[in-house]
Design a binder for this molecule. Structure first.
Ligand SMILES: *[C@@H]1O[C@H](CO)[C@@H](O)[C@H](O)[C@H]1NC(C)=O
Ligand SMILES: *[C@@H]1O[C@H](CO)[C@@H](O)[C@H](O)[C@H]1NC(C)=O
Length: 284
C-alpha cells in the first residue's frame, strides 16, 4: 500500500542527505512466485539508539500469508503483547489498532491496550498528544495517536531484538479494504519512521525477505539479510527524488507467449525506476 496522503503531521523528515547504495536481488523462484531480496546500505546517517544485538546476531521476523496479505509477527509493549501486522514495503508508518477503538476493523486476536503497557508513551505536540492520519491509495486508512513503545522481534542469537522507544501509531479509527486478520501495518520503506529505518545504523539498513505462498517464511535484517551465491540474480534498484522513500525497479518488458511488449515511455534498460516494490498491495 502506498499512502496517497503522506502523514498529515509531516514531522517526518526525508533523508535526502543520506546516501544509499543499494542492490536488489531477484532470485528465481519456486513455481508460481518469485522473491525479491532487497538490501540497502546506508552511509553514516542519524545516530543509532539501539545496540542490543550481540555480535553476529541479526533480527528477523516470521512471516505468514493470509489469502491476500503477508503478515509479520512482532511484539509490542511491556509486558510484550504478540501482534501480527501486514508487512508493507510501500509505506513507512508502523501502526496497530489500539483501545479504546472508536472504529476499528475486525482483527483476529486482542486489540492492543496501551493502558496496560508500562513503556507506552504518547508523543506531545503543542501540549496535546500528536495525532496522525494516513490514507492509503486503496482508501484504507488509520487515524490515531503517535506514541513511542517497545517493539520486539526475534533474533538469531535466540534473544529477542528489542527496540525501545520505537515510534508507532496507536490507531483509534481504521478501515481496510481487504478483510484481514492483522491488527495493523508495519511500514518497511525508506521513510524515517519505518521499522528498518528505526533500527538505526547497526542493521545497516539491510533487509531481505522470502515470501512463501503457504506456511511461514522469514523477513531478515542486518548481516543475515545478505543474499549471495550461485543462482543469485541482481537487478538495480533506484531511488527517485519525487518519491525518495520508495523502492523502485525498472521493468523493461513483459512477454506473453511469443509476444514481447516493452514498457512504454521508458527507455530500455533505463537508469531509473518505473515501478515500485510494494509488498502490501495485491496487484501489479
Ligand atoms: C560517522 O560519522 C562520525 C562523525 O561524523 C565519524 O566519527 C565516524 O568515523 C563515521 N563513521 C563512518 C563509518 O564513516
Ligand atoms: C472514523 O473516520 C471516518 C473517516 O474520516 C469518519 O467518517 C468516522 O466518523 C470516524 N469514526 C470515529 C468513531 O471517529
Amino acid at each position: 500500500m502506498s499512502p496517497a496522503i503522506r502523514m498529515m503531521s509531516m514531522a517526518l523528515f526525508i533523508q535526502i542527505f543520506t546516501f544509499f547504495l543499494f542492490t536488489a536481488t531477484v532470485s528465481s523462484s519456486p513455481p508460481g512466485g518469485f522473491t525479491v531480496d532487497l538490501f540497502q546500505r546506508r552511509s553514516n546517517s542519524s545516530s543509532s539508539r539501539i545496540s542490543n544485538t550481540q555480535p553476529g546476531s541479526s533480527p528477523y521476523a516470521d512471516t505468514l500469508f493470509d489469502s491476500s496479505e503477508y503478515f509479520m509477527k512482532l511484539q509490542i509493549g511491556t509486558p510484550p503483547v504478540k501482534i501480527e501486522a501486514i508487512l508493507d514495503t510501500g509505506s513507512s508508518r508502523i501502526w496497530t489498532n489500539c483501545l479504546p477503538c472508536g472504529n476499528c476493523f475486525k482483527q483476529s486476536g486482542l486489540v492492543f491496550d496501551p493502558s496496560k503497557s508500562s513503556t507506552y508513551k504518547e508523543k506531545i505536540c503543542d501540549g496535546s498528544p500528536c495525532s496522525y492520519e494516513t490514507i492509503y491509495e486503496d482508501q484504507s486508512y488509520t487515524k490515531g495517536t503517535i506514541a513511542t513503545e517497545t517493539v520486539r522481534i526475534q533474533s538469531t542469537s535466540g534473544q529477542p531484538y528489542v527496540m525501545p522507544e520505537t515510534t508507532i501509531g496507536c490507531s483509534h479509527n481504521s478501515s481496510v479494504v481487504f478483510r484481514t486478520a492483522a491488527s495493523g501495518i508495519v511500514g518497511l520503506n525508506w521513510g524515517s519512521s519505518s521499522l528498518v529505518s528505526q533500527m538505526g545504523e547497526d542493521m545497516l539498513g539491510l533487509m531481505s525477505y522470502c515470501f512463501s505462498g503457504e506456511g511461514t517464511s522469514k523477513l531478515n535484517f542486518g548481516s543475515n539479510a545478505m543474499v549471495s551465491g550461485d543462482g543469485t540474480v541482481a537487478a538495480n534498484m533506484f531511488r527517485k527524488k519525487e518519491d525518495p522513500n520508495m523502492y523502485y525497479l525498472n521493468l523493461d518488458a513483459v512477454s506473453v507467449g511469443e509476444t514481447r511488449i516493452e514498457t512504454l515511455g521508458t527507455p530500455f534498460q533505463a537508469l531509473d525506476g518505473n515501478m515500485i516494490i510494494d509488498s502490501g498491495t495485491t496487484y501489479t
